[in-house]
Design a protein around this ligand. Structure first.
Ligand code: 5AD
Ligand code: FES
Length: 351
């Protein structure tokens, strides 16, 4: 029984790398349930039974990067590329607002077309019309000046997964022009500027070992992000990783529970990737300690083009359908969807 380790994690909010490894490699079903019930209790202390919804707008699938795992990498010539216009994006927000979304997430590949001039214009237009909403950006690596300009234009939060905190593993997932050090610098810059910052990694990415995951957990414990997104790796048929197997749902859930104990008031999404690998993946994610879901607000015409991995769910559904579907799913496990900005308690109070 690893109860003592789980108690230690709860009390001290971290373990040594060796202890993390023991927990990851040896947790029994009983240990998992013990961890998840603690994770739920901690979550309830800060958030009650509220689950925050973020409206995801996938506004461009052009990308100058070539990450080996990703379906919209520049070398995937079969990806049908699209860009939403500013008006398209604003109309997604309008639909989202009427469905009760108070956070919009603009996510895209690293698309040079969306330079600072275009991006700050979009950000300030959204914030002008929807001043009671939070705006999250997920645009990959940009310069300090660019992050600052976007923040000054009104962006509140930024999602940038570190993908793996081991530099050797990082170089197995990315071409050589991409470096873990650059990614980490970007994350520290975002925090310094004042964003609420999210990071995270894929579970079961090719070549990942338990030790790598322990390094990820250490990085997260040190960096103390406001949000942590983790989801299983899922192969995409047009990438160099097409023949690798998908990550494990069980391990993803265990890690959600561990991260909840490490960062009690963190915002943790039950990801679409988790929902893709298991029919009730997102519900299980919430029961393991997650407290955010991010349904898609992208127009149905482009939904099936933003494909980072195969078999992605919800690509044929309208925004309203996903919103209602998730409401039902959350209610079925005793949670309710919250209609407010859902800031991290770290920034709304002195916790
Ligand atoms: N499987 C699962 N997640 C993926 N991502 C990219 N490609 C895949 C894949 N094949 C994740 C990355 C990225 C986020 C937007 O999606 O972690 O940061
Ligand atoms: Fe999209 Fe269920 S969340 S259809």
């Amino acid at each position: 029984m690893l109860k003592l380790l789980i108690d230690k994690l709860e009390n001290e909010n971290r373990l040594t790398k060796e202890e993390f490894a023991i927990l990851i490699d040896n947790a029994t079903e009983e240990d998992r349930q013990y961890l998840f019930s603690k994770a739920r209790k901690i979550k309830e202390r800060y958030f009650g039974n509220k689950i925050y919804i973020r409206g995801l707008i996938e506004f461009t699938n052009y990308c100058k990067n070539d990450c080996y795992y990703c379906g919209i990498r520049r070398s995937n010539k079969e990806a049908e590329r699209y860009r939403l216009t500013k008006d398209d994006i604003l109309s997604c927000c309008e639909t989202g607002y009427s469905l009760g979304f108070r956070t919009f997430v603009l996510q895209g590949g690293e698309d040079p077309y969306f330079n600072d001039e275009r991006m700050t214009d979009i950000v300030s237009s959204i914030k002008e019309r929807y001043s009671d909403c939070a705006l999250t950006l997920s645009l990959g690596e940009r310069s300090y000046e660019s992050y600052k300009a976007l923040y000054e234009a009104g962006a509140d939060r930024y999602l940038l997964r570190h993908e793996t905190a081991d530099s050797g593993h990082y170089s197995k997932l990315h071409p050589e022009e991409m470096l873990l050090s650059t990614r980490k610098e970007a994350l520290y810059a975002l925090k310094e500027i004042g964003y609420q910052v999210g990071t995270g990694f894929m579970v079961g990415s090719p070549y990942q070992t338990t030790e790598h995951i322990c390094t990820d957990l250490e990085f997260i414990a040190d960096f103390k992000p406001h949000m942590v997104g983790i989801g299983p790796f899922i192969p995409h048929h047009n990438t160099p990783f097409k023949d690798f197997k998908a990550g494990s749902v069980e391990l993803t859930l265990l890690l959600i529970g561990i991260i909840r104990l490490m960062l009690p008031c963190c915002l943790i999404p039950a990801t679409t990737a988790l929902g893709t690998l298991a029919a009730t993946g997102r519900e299980m994610g919430v029961l393991a300690g997650a407290n955010v879901v991010m349904p898609n607000l992208s127009p149905s015409t482009v939904r099936n083009k933003y494909l980072l991995y195969d078999n992605k769910i919800c690509t044929g559904d309208e925004a309203a359908e996903c919103r209602m579907c998730l409401e039902r799913r959350m209610n079925s496990i005793g949670s309710v969807i919250a209609v407010d900005r859902g800031d991290s308690p770290l920034v709304t109070s002195s916790i």
